[in-house]
Design a protein around this ligand. Structure first.
Ligand SMILES: [Zn+2]
Length: 356
C-alpha cells in the first residue's frame, strides 16, 4: 500500500482548516527536519520514507484542485481524478461533462467512494496499488500492471508455431449512455454512472515454433490500464506444454514407442510410424532388438539456433493378441530349439543381492 493510506493533514501536522500559507510553512519546516541527506544509517531509510510521504501530502494539499478532491474523497482522491479522465476519454459525448462526478456522488444510486472503488476494481483488476511518487513532475501517473495468461500448447503446435486467441477485458465507452454516465437525468445502470464498461475482446498472439515449457511471450501494451495517463502494462503469455502421452520431449529430440512383432524385429519389416505431423514409412532393420531406437533425422522440434532435432522410434516387441493353431505349431517348433535362458542374468543378479 502506498503512502496515501495516511492522512495528509496529519502528515503535515496541520488542521483540516489550515490556510495555504500554513501548509507551505509546515511543509518547509518538516522538509528540513526529514531531509534524507541530513540523516545516516537506519535513520536515513526511515527519513526517506517520511520525506516521500511529506512530498506527496504537500503536492496534494498545496494544489487547491487536488486538495478539494482529497477533502471530498479522502485517500481515494487520485482514483477520482483517474475516473474523471476515463470519463473524458470515453467518447465524444462524454466530453465536457465537467460536473459529472460531483453529481453522481450526491446521487442516490452512486454514492460515495465505495462504488467508484468497485468500478476501479472491475476495470483495473482489483489493484489499488499506486506506484506514484511526488517526484514525478506530472502528478501521479502510474503504469498499469502486467497481466499473465497461461496457454497450453501441444508438441505439434510447438513444431509449427501457432497463433493463439486470447480473450481480454478492455475498457470501452458505455454503449447504453454513449459514455455520458447519465440517462434521462439518472445515473446509467449499465455502467453504474461511470460512462465506461469493460468489454471482452479477442486478440491474436503469434507464438513462435520451438518454444519451451515455461516460456513467456510478451505482448506490449495489453496489460492493465494505467492511471492518469500512465502507460498500459504488458500482457505475458506463459507457455505450458503438458506431458504428451505419445511423444516424449528431450530438448529438440522427440521419442515415441513403436510396437513391432518378434518376427518383424528378426526378419525386418516396412512399417508405418507416427511423427508430429503425418505418419511416415520406415524400415525396421532385420535383427532389431527390443528398445532399439530408429532415428528419423530432422523430424524433431525446431531449435533456437535453426534446424530441427530428431524423432526417435523406440522399438517395443509385442505379442499378437490371439494365437491360431497353426501359429501354436510354429511356437512348438521354436520351443524345440536350444536358447540361452533369458532369466539367467536376472537370477544371478538377484542371488548376488541376497548374499550381500
Ligand atoms: Zn452507461
Amino acid at each position: 500500500m502506498a503512502s496515501n493510506s495516511r492522512d495528509f493533514y496529519q502528515i503535515l501536522g496541520v488542521p483540516k482548516t489550515a490556510s495555504a500559507d500554513e501548509i507551505k510553512k509546515a511543509f518547509r519546516r518538516m522538509a528540513r527536519q526529514y531531509h534524507p541527506d541530513l540523516h545516516s544509517g537506519g535513520k536515513k531509510a526511515e527519513m526517506e520514507k517520511k520525506f516521500k510521504e511529506l512530498n506527496e501530502a504537500h503536492e496534494v494539499l498545496s494544489d487547491p484542485e487536488k486538495r478539494k478532491k482529497y477533502d471530498q474523497y479522502g485517500t481515494n482522491w487520485d482514483q477520482a481524478e483517474a475516473f474523471e479522465r476515463a470519463r473524458r476519454q470515453s467518447g465524444p459525448q462524454g466530453f465536457g461533462r465537467q460536473s459529472g462526478f460531483g453529481r453522481q456522488n450526491t446521487g442516490s444510486e452512486f454514492g460515495g467512494t465505495e462504488s467508484f472503488s468497485d468500478f476501479f476494481d472491475s476495470l483495473f483488476g482489483g489493484s489499488k496499488r499506486t506506484t506514484a511518487t511526488a517526484t514525478e513532475s506530472h502528478g501521479f501517473a502510474s503504469p498499469g500492471e502486467d497481466l499473465e495468461v497461461d496457454v497450453d500448447l501441444t508438441l505439434r503446435e510447438v513444431l509449427t508455431g501457432i497463433t493463439k486467441r486470447v480473450n481480454l477485458r478492455e475498457p470501452e465507452p458505455c454503449k447504453i449512455c454513449h459514455g455520458m454516465g447519465m440517462l434521462r437525468d439518472q445515473p446509467c445502470l449499465t455502467c453504474r454512472g461511470t460512462g465506461v464498461t469493460s468489454e471482452m475482446k479477442t486478440i491474436e498472439v503469434k507464438i513462435p515454433a520451438g518454444v519451451q515449457d515455461g516460456t513467456r511471450v510478451r505482448v506490449a501494451g495489453k496489460g492493465q490500464t494505467g492511471k492518469h495517463g500512465g502507460k498500459r502494462g504488458d500482457l505475458y503469455l506463459h507457455v505450458v506444454i503438458p506431458v504428451d502421452p505419445i511423444f516424449r520431449r528431450h530438448g529438440t529430440d522427440v521419442h515415441v514407442n513403436l510396437p513391432v512383432y518378434p518376427w518383424e524385429a528378426v526378419l525386418g519389416a516396412d512399417v508405418t510410424a507416427p511423427t508430429l505431423t503425418e505418419p511416415v514409412k520406415v524400415k525396421v532393420p532385420p535383427g532389431s532388438k527390443a528398445d532399439a531406437k530408429l532415428r528419423l533425422k530432422g523430424k524433431g522440434l525446431p531449435s533456437a539456433a535453426g534446424g530441427h532435432g530428431d524423432l526417435f522410434l523406440v522399438l517395443q516387441i509385442v505379442m499378437p493378441p490371439t494365437v491360431t493353431e497353426a501359429e501354436r505349431a510354429l511356437y512348438e517348433q521354436l520351443n524345440t530349439h536350444r536358447h540361452p535362458d533369458p532369466r539367467s542374468e536376472l537370477l544371478s543378479a538377484a542371488q548376488r543381492r541376497s548374499r550381500e
